[in-house]
Design a protein around this ligand. Structure first.
Ligand code: SDX
Length: 392
């Protein structure tokens, strides 16, 4: 019976759905959102414009953009009971653990937007998540450092508001640095969607049963957390710190190439890109801009650049087509902005929320979509008779 199935561990060659949202040509290093090249969107647009594009398929007119911005920035508050929900966490809880739980908890707060058959309720649930997940992310950060939560300020743009919720303190005036806000906004654009990666597939699979949309996004966050996926940005920074100086790079390269050593170069390699990840290029430029703006010299950037140079001229990496991915430079940028390492994957989740939602919405609206239900190749015991305890 098992011969009926195609065996494809890790889904390396199985298309799980049809999609009109994101296109990747991994050999050429091309990434398009709804047909638009990622570098053009990152250069000319802002994150909420990208959100609109991913959700609705077209770039917004000025009026549509103003309306969308208004809708998102006016729904940033979370229920005050959520603040009490946070008090239950240990204060050293990893902020990704807090995100999985608090976004999951939204499913218990908004009963009026969970009828997924109703397009208006779908839209309301989507708006709520895009607007409120940054607020939860900032709360997770504030909680971890023992500072009071900062309420959102709705007249700020999406990213400036997020920076303020993270870094303002009641005892001081806080002014958003527009260069940093623009840089973070661009980082959000780069992370917004990436077709059927592990977390997005998780969201689609959970949503395919008709489950509560807030709970589905929480499932995506859980999947993103892993070091082979969104957790790589955190792992990269830990790795660069461990390497410490450019002289020590060769020994780490040797370890990465050693099959008997589990060590891998974090931020290197990709399931789909067998060429430079186009997002990594833009990210590298953004890193320089942010360090220049802040007048910061980070030795880890020198380690990263040298590591990239050595790896890209090494036979092993050339042959396996391993290039830096999006996570390779993002950590250095976020560190310079003062985000602690544990927040890096949270920022990825904030940005990817819209991608998850666009993909979830596309699946619900696709009349051909079915509940996801992979089969297996069974390799266990054949049928056998129960053995009474006294005979085992
Ligand atoms: C993200 O899918 C997405 O789109 C994800 C993402 C998104 O936007 O959603 O782009 C975000 O998750 C980026 C990836 C972040 N992860 C890392 O940087 C972790 C380090 N990278 C690797 O673990 C790995 O490259 C993966 C997980 C990214 C891809 O894994 P694959 O496609 O399953 O490939 P593989 O692990 O089977 O590697 C193929 C070969 C192996 O050697 P062989 O067994 O063929 O001899 O390449 C080697 C691997 O050992 N290899 C590496 C390596 N990555 C792969 N060797 C050393 N260092 C590495 N980083």
């Amino acid at each position: 019976e098992t011969e009926m199935f195609t065996f494809d561990p890790g889904f390396t060659s199985t298309a799980s759905c049809e999609s009109k949202i994101t296109f990747i040509d991994g050999d050429a290093g091309v990434l398009l959102y709804r047909g638009y090249p990622i570098d053009q969107l990152a250069e000319h647009g802002d994150f909420l414009e990208t959100c609109y594009l991913l959700l609705y398929g077209e770039l917004p007119s000025a009026a549509e953009k103003a309306n969308f911005d208004y809708r998102i920035t006016r729904h940033t508050m979370v229920h005050e009971q959520m603040a009490r929900f946070f008090q239950g966490f240990r204060r050293d809880a990893h902020p990704m653990a807090v995100m999985v739980a608090s976004v999951g908890a939204l499913s218990a707060f908004y009963h009026d937007s969970t009828n997924i058959a109703d397009p208006v309720q779908r839209m309301v649930a989507s708006t709520r998540m895009i607007a409120k997940i940054p607020t939860l992310a900032a709360m997770a950060y504030k909680y971890s450092i023992g500072q009071p939560f900062v309420y959102p300020k709705n007249d700020l743009d999406y990213t400036s508001n997020f920076l303020r919720m993270c870094f303002a303190v009641p005892c001081e005036e806080y002014k958003v640095n527009p260069v940093l806000s623009r840089a973070l906004d661009r980082i959000f654009i780069l992370h917004a969607d990436h077709e059927q990666n592990a977390s997005t597939s998780t969201v689609r699979l959970s949503g395919s049963s008709g489950a509560n949309p807030f709970a589905c996004i929480a499932a995506g966050i859980a999947s993103l957390w892993g070091p082979a996926h969104g957790g790589a940005n955190e792992a990269v920074l830990k790795m660069l710190a461990e390497i410490g100086t450019p002289e020590r790079i060769p020994q780490f390269i040797a370890r990465a190439k050693d099959k008997n050593d589990p060590f891998r170069l974090m931020g290197f390699g990709h399931r789909v890109y067998k060429n430079y990840d186009p997002r990594a290029k833009i990210m590298q430029r953004t890193t320089r801009e942010v360090l220049n703006e802040l007048g910061v010299k980070d030795d880890l950037l020198d380690v990263a650049l040298e590591l990239e140079r050595i790896a890209l001229s090494d036979e092993y990496f050339i042959e396996k087509k391993l290039y830096p991915n999006i996570d390779f430079y993002s950590g250095i940028t976020l560190k310079a902005m003062n985000f602690p390492v544990a927040m890096f994957t949270v920022l990825f989740a904030v940005a990817r929320t819209v991608g998850w939602i666009a993909q979830w919405k596309e699946m619900i609206e696709d009349s051909g979509s079915k509940i996801g239900r992979p089969r297996q190749l069974y390799t266990g015991e054949k049928r056998r008779d129960y053995v009474p305890m006294s005979k085992r």
